[in-house]
Design a protein around this ligand. Structure first.
Ligand SMILES: [Zn+2]
Ligand SMILES: [Zn+2]
Length: 101
């Protein structure tokens, strides 16, 4: 099967972008059957949003929640809301607990 560059429209910003032959081959090699819906820059934006490392994103200030470490009893802060019944660890104990498993 041979590929050709395709012009696609971004579902986010409406810009037309090229779905290049290389990308199509990459997509196929990964088993993706759908064409990308977003232009590269919107894809990048979404990716960095998801991983929370885009720097100037509107979520750059992560909310921290106070918690008590289940291991050493120290006060700590975690980037998620502590849930009842789920132990929360300070960063020190967290790495220890993780290594134990
Ligand atoms: Zn876009
Ligand atoms: Zn601790």
């Amino acid at each position: 099967m041979s590929f050709k560059d395709k012009s696609l429209q971004c579902s986010d910003c409406g810009a037309t972008f090229t779905f290049s032959v290389e990308e199509q081959e990459l997509f196929q090699s990964r088993g993706y059957t759908n064409e990308p819906k977003r232009c590269p820059s919107c894809r990048e934006a979404r990716k960095s949003e998801r991983y929370g490392n885009s720097g100037q994103s509107y979520r750059s200030q992560r909310q921290m929640f106070p918690a008590i470490c289940a291991e050493c009893g120290k006060e700590t802060e975690v980037p998620f809301r502590p849930r009842e019944g789920r132990p929360v660890y300070c960063s020190e104990c967290y790495s220890k607990v993780r290594l134990d498993k």
